[in-house]
Design a protein around this ligand. Structure first.
Ligand code: ADP
Ligand code: MG
Length: 589
């Protein structure tokens, strides 16, 4: 069906009925556009058989039919919020509308399922002209024969029903839509005030940070304690009152919002086990995203260039200059051009640190639960037993200040097990029964009075960051001149036959992001990989293109845009390249 006027919905229904009982492959003939009274349906891709990945369709409604409030459709934030809301509506309704009609995936309608984050996705996009929704459908079959009547019901009855229920503003709950938009607008406003106030993170009073379980990112309901601001601390003297860390920020829809502000510099979160330290850090880590109304973290915001760092033994590292933190490896091995197919806890964390700086991170987050102890600390006793020249690692405690002083990179770390960081922290927050208390003064006093003072091992400066270029031809090849096939999950990515393990990249929240990252890697290889281009510049180019043209720029040739891509950050794209075992790099001294 190319060129000219598209066939009508009625014509599609007739064709489908005529295909009843024919070979499944004949569905392929249906690719193309169909004009329904209120919308256009496009069959973008037809599955090869009823058990294969489902077919892809898109539905387009002109704004005259969708009729969303026009003021939201002209700006990025409004568009993002509406599209995210519609995605969630469709995800819900599709389950009840699409019934099983035959074998395999027959009859199922689905949309790429969203996480708790409000994100730009290809599943739904909206502008002042039209609303576009990308779905998958299982084209019905009996065995391997076409179930034409069922297909006609699916495409010509179920889909219009879905359009009626979720793609027209009139059918939606106007208050909910407005709340979705305003939540995102408030979140954006909070985020914009961070840098101008010298903050790297903000946690609003009454936020609910705890999650339902380790595998369920929805909010904990039962027994969830709302976030309480630090009380005026009796240990502090008069002019160090609690508003030292309590701050009010402005929002367009919720007025002034009070919260805990975390300043640039070095922040330490201490406290007894099970008192909510990791939960706070995790909320800060996820504060790079806006969250849906009801999530509990709607007003938790973090500097957009915040990277969670952790130990990840077993990962591959290619050509990273980790000499600022690791030197004089055994057997004279170089740490200026460090490569391994099987990193240790400490070397993986060192590489992660340098890679984050290389990708232009502004804030690093570290939790003792997932950090390598020998990367983090080396106490007085150990310094006495093992001489400095027999320990390749300079512990992070001796580097964390220099990282801020020399490069302006802040760190927030959870450390309940060692007081060695007291001396280098700007702020110390103690968590007690899930409540923060500012204990900077006491911690400083303890550090000064201590008898087991460590020797500083970090030298004068943090050390040089050596940029690297990713060489062309780093990606596995596809067949002929085609791109490698990709397969994405939230925690791993297959690129051709190469698996990239992303389990330790904790700020990825949707498999859809990984899918887009895979495509961005292919895009980078096609247009930007070059042996003199530093990784940070490569990331600049790719992200600027996406900012200008949307995720659509990553689509290849005239292939239809898949509905299962979501927005990602430069840091996660860098993380995927850095974990690709076939990657080749060149140091740019
Ligand atoms: P820590 O890192 O200090 O050992 P966690 O942050 O892991 O502690 O929290 C311990 C447990 O308490 C977790 O199961 C977490 O979900 C729960 N929790 C944390 N904060 C809250 C809260 N505000 N309300 C209810 N439960 C919470
Ligand atoms: Mg913990």
């Amino acid at each position: 069906m190319t060129g000219g006027k598209p066939a009508t919905g009625d014509a599609l229904r007739k064709s489908l009925r005529n295909l009843e009982g024919r070979s499944y492959r004949e569905y392929k003939r249906l690719k193309g556009d169909y004009a329904f009274p209120e919308f256009r349906l496009r069959i973008d891709h037809v599955q090869g058989d009823p058990f294969a990945a489902p077919s892809r369709i898109s539905v387009r409604l002109p704004q005259q039919v969708a009729r969303f409030p026009a003021q939201w459709l002209t700006d990025y934030v409004g568009q993002t919020a509406i599209a995210d809301y519609v995605t969630r509506q469709v995800a819900q309704v599709a389950q009840s509308v699409g019934t099983k009609r035959g074998s395999g995936r027959s009859g199922r309608i689905a949309i790429a399922a969203p996480s708790q984050a409000i994100l730009r996705r290809t599943a739904v996009s909206i502008n002042s002209d039209q609303l576009t929704v990308r779905l998958t459908v299982g084209l019905p079959a009996f065995g391997r024969r076409i179930a034409g009547q069922a297909a006609a019901d699916l495409l010509c009855k179920d889909i219009p029903c879905l359009v009626e229920q979720c793609l027209r503003y009139e059918a939606l709950n106007a208050d909910e839509v407005k709340c979705h938009v305003q939540t995102l607008e408030d979140n954006e406003a909070l985020r914009h005030q961070l840098r101008q106030k010298g903050l790297i993170a903000f946690v609003a009073e009454n936020a609910r940070l705890a999650r339902r379980s380790g595998i369920d990112e929805r909010p904990l309901i039962e027994g969830a304690e709302p976030f309480v601001l630090p009380e005026a601390d009796t240990f502090l003297n008069d002019f160090q009152t609690n508003d030292h860390n309590t701050i009010e920020l402005e929002t367009p829809h919720s007025g002034r919002v009070k919260g805990l502000g975390i300043r640039a510099g070095v922040t330490l979160i201490v406290g007894g086990g099970y008192h909510g330290k990791s939960t706070l850090l995790r909320a800060i880590e996820q504060g790079i995203y806006a969250h849906v109304p009801g999530d509990g973290r709607e007003q938790v915001v973090t500097d957009a260039a915040t990277v969670k760092l952790r130990a990840e033994d077993g990962r591959s590292v290619v050509g990273v200059d980790i000499s600022p933190v690791i030197n004089q490896l055994p057997k004279g091995r170089s740490s200026q051009d460090f490569s391994t197919t099987n990193a240790s806890g400490s070397t993986s964390q060192a590489a992660g640190l340098i890679e984050a700086v290389e990708a232009s991170a502004n804030v690093l987050l570290i939790d003792e639960d997932t950090a390598a102890t020998n990367f983090m600390i080396r106490d007085r006793k150990m310094q006495s037993l093992i001489a400095k020249d027999k320990e390749p690692i300079t512990p992070f405690v001796d580097k964390v200040r220099q990282l801020y002083d020399d490069y302006g990179i802040s760190t927030i770390l959870v450390m309940g097990g060692s007081g060695d960081y007291f001396a280098v922290a700007d702020t110390v927050i103690a968590m007690e029964d899930y409540q923060p208390r500012i204990v900077t003064e006491q911690a400083k006093a303890i550090a000064v009075a201590a008898s087991d003072i460590r020797q500083k091992e970090g030298g004068e400066k943090f050390g040089k960051i050596t940029p690297r270029a990713i060489l062309p031809g780093s990606l596995p090849a596809g067949k002929g001149d085609r791109s490698p096939k990709t397969k994405a999950r939230k925690d791993s990515l297959m690129l051709g036959y190469e698996e990239i393990n992303l389990r330790a990249v904790e700020q990825i929240v949707e498999a859809h992001q990984v899918r887009a990252i895979a495509q961005a890697m292919i895009y980078a290889q096609r247009y930007y990989l070059n042996e003199t281009r530093p990784i940070s510049e490569l990331l600049d180019y790719v992200m600027a293109d996406i900012e200008r043209g949307g995720l659509e720029v990553l689509a290849e040739g005239d292939k239809a845009l898949p509905g299962d891509w979501a927005m990602f950050r430069r840091f996660e794209l860098a993380a995927a390249f850095n974990r690709l075992r076939t990657v080749k790099v060149r140091s740019l001294f």
